[in-house]
Design a protein around this ligand. Structure first.
Ligand SMILES: [Fe+2]
Ligand SMILES: [Fe+2]
Length: 336
């Protein structure tokens, strides 16, 4: 998969050392004191799909009635493949976050913010290490989904660093946080639960930094440039809404079906029948929840859902009058 080549980020030096931005400095200090190592996790733990990798009562990755008809061994194998596939997309997102945080260290104007971006780059390096090690316990790493590749390419290539913060800290990492939270609740694998606990604490800092830094910097932008960032947010939300509709988003999933001996057209026929019966089956329900619970509140909080673009979100069936509680509760529990 080719991910759009990024233009070089603008380079900003700051010759004023010492603390000039207390909020950014506080998050930098917090990041330094919360550094951890992959070796703190118990890599001796046996990752075994037969020990309920996903709790059948809580899982969200494999939820179609169709799979309840599978044999136990088939279902366990499929769950392991689906977890590996989901975490592979996470892993590619982590690489995107590493590259973008390096861009941010170059282009953010203040030294405290640059130092924070440097801690984020280290965090993302560690996330790449632990996720790849975990995935190889289950399977190989899968190809990036088309939509993810498109989103990462757009964030890497964004002209303004404010747009990079929107794309990475509010959208990619906000969605990752929502998905980690769901996966952590659904898995019985102790290694995965502990790994996600460490990673989520880092991601909550990254999301908090984006929120905090964007609020003030957006207010200082020229109106035309600020409008560009608002439009960029609309464009990325639209991309996310396409998740599962680009054929390249589903090829890994279909490969997993074939691996357990299920014919993809049979699966699609069952899905269609389920939709006809209930009227409410979507291929990617996880994405919608993350958008509504985490991304839209994040955009609203930094002031990007303005009157000028509000209707664009409504046109995409997303209510701009968002509920902030899920995002705030998640942050409160992780940033304490
Ligand atoms: Fe990360
Ligand atoms: Fe992150």
């Amino acid at each position: 998969m080719d991910i759009q080549l990024a233009i070089a980020p603008s380079l900003a030096w700051d010759w004023r050392y010492g603390v000039n931005d207390e909020k950014a400095e506080a998050l930098y200090k917090k990041a330094v004191s919360e550094q951890w190592q992959a070796e703190q996790l118990n890599w001796e733990y046996l990752v075994d799909p037969a020990r309920n990798l996903l709790d059948p009562a809580r899982e969200t990755l494999v939820d179609a009635a169709f799979f309840r008809l599978l044999k136990k061994s088939q279902r366990e194998h499929f769950e392991a493949l689906c977890v590996a596939e989901t975490l592979s997309q996470t892993l590619h997102g982590e690489q995107g976050a590493l590259l973008v945080s390096c861009q941010l260290a170059q282009s953010l104007p203040g030294m405290d913010a640059k130092l924070f971006a440097a801690t984020q780059a280290m965090d993302e390096a560690r996330h790449i290490e632990v996720f790849s090690r975990y995935i190889y316990r289950l399977h190989d790493v899968y190809e990036p989904a088309t939509t993810l590749g498109r989103v990462l390419g757009k964030v890497m290539s964004a002209r303004h660093w404010q747009a990079k913060l929107v794309g990475m800290q509010i959208m990619v990492e906000g969605l990752a946080l929502a998905n980690f939270s769901k996966l952590r609740a659904a898995t019985n694998c102790e290694l995965l639960r502990n790994l996600l606990r460490f990673v989520m604490r880092d991601e909550a800092r990254h999301v908090a930094f984006g929120n905090q830094y964007l609020k003030s910097s957006l207010a200082q932008m020229h109106a035309d440039e600020r409008a560009e960032v608002e439009d960029f947010a609309v464009e990325l939300v639209r991309e996310y809404r396409m998740w599962g509709r680009n054929p390249g988003d589903l090829s890994n999933f279909f490969a997993n079906l074939i691996a357990i001996g299920v014919d993809p057209p049979d699966y699609l026929a069952q899905l269609k029948a389920g939709f006809a019966a209930s009227g409410s089956l979507a291929l990617a329900p996880k994405m919608m929840q993350g958008l509504e619970a985490v991304i839209m509140p994040g955009l609203r909080r930094v002031g990007l859902i303005t009157d000028r673009v509000r209707d664009c979100y409504l046109g995409d069936e997303l209510d701009a009058a968002v509920d902030m509680r899920t995002l705030e509760d998640l942050e409160k529990s992780l940033l304490a």
